[in-house]
Ligand binder design. Structure first.
Ligand SMILES: O=C(CO)COP(=O)(O)O
Length: 249
């Protein structure tokens, strides 16, 4: 049975006081689903969030990290630094990182290796742009993003990889992929994994959908057989909305 996961990507939102307030609200919510729940605050709030949620069933995860262990990389944060403040999971390859910070499949492959070498879990994001979909190239784009960043790994590594399909045209736009579009792509992703690593690996990897998931559409998206959870942006900034999505399983 694959794990259900609902992760809130807070992006560059919430100062410390706002982080404290949102965590207080999150603690008051009731979980009725079996989903693993995660939140990804910005770097400056990770330690506070980790300490504040130590006793709760909410994992605090990071939005990004550098591939080097340490050294002259001004402004960057390494895997071991994240681990030193309790963080075990990192989001890598978000489309905003690819678009605004020049992240490439090659640099992402190095980041994935660094995270796994530090025994961290990776939520690896990818997804096509609107022009790709209009040209009918969405599967080819997704396949190359996955192959280039992950297919150097051995099958065992996939125990610590979660995939997140986030079509760029659906992020922050209010436009969601239809549940059928999400299912079709998730099934294609699983087939791509199966062709390389076999059915056991393909069937064990959780594949999340991200892009304008809201309380009113989560249930339908999560009802699809190859959708194992969601990576939630805007709606993760309000505790009630986030838990309405967590409980949509
Ligand atoms: O980018 C996302 C999660 O990583 C999705 O963001 P929205 O839910 O705001 O569309």
């Amino acid at each position: 049975m694959r794990k259900h996961i609902v992760a809130g990507n807070w992006k560059m939102n919430n100062q410390l006081s706002e982080t404290k307030a949102l965590i207080t609200d999150l603690k008051q919510q009731t979980q009725t689903s079996d989903a693993e729940v995660m939140i990804a605050p910005t770097f400056t709030n990770l330690w506070h969030a980790f300490e504040a949620l130590r006793q709760e069933d909410i994992e605090v995860i990071a939005q990004n990290m550098h591939f080097a262990e340490n050294g002259a990389y001004t402004g960057e944060v390494s895997a071991s630094m994240l681990k030193s403040v309790g963080i075990q999971t990192v989001i890598l390859g978000h489309s905003e990182r690819r678009a605004y910070f020049n992240e490439t499949d090659e640099s992402l492959a190095k980041k994935v290796d660094a995270a796994l070498n530090n025994e961290m879990r990776v939520i690896f994001c990818f997804g096509e742009e609107l022009a790709d979909r209009k040209a009918g190239k969405e599967e080819a784009v997704v396949e190359s993003q996955i192959k280039n960043a992950l297919f150097h790994l051995g099958a065992d590594a996939f125990k610590n990889i979660v995939l997140a399909y986030e079509p760029v045209w659906a992020i922050g736009t209010g436009e969601t992929a239809t549940p059928e579009q999400a299912q079709d792509m998730h099934a294609f992703i699983r087939k791509t994994l199966s062709n390389k690593y076999g059915n056991d690996v393909a069937n064990s990897v959780s594949i999340l959908y991200g892009g304008s998931v809201k309380p009113n559409n989560a249930k339908e998206i999560f009802s699809k057989p190859d959708v194992d959870g969601g990576l939630i942006g805007g709606a993760s900034l309000k505790a009630e909305d986030f838990y309405a999505i967590v409980n949509a399983f």
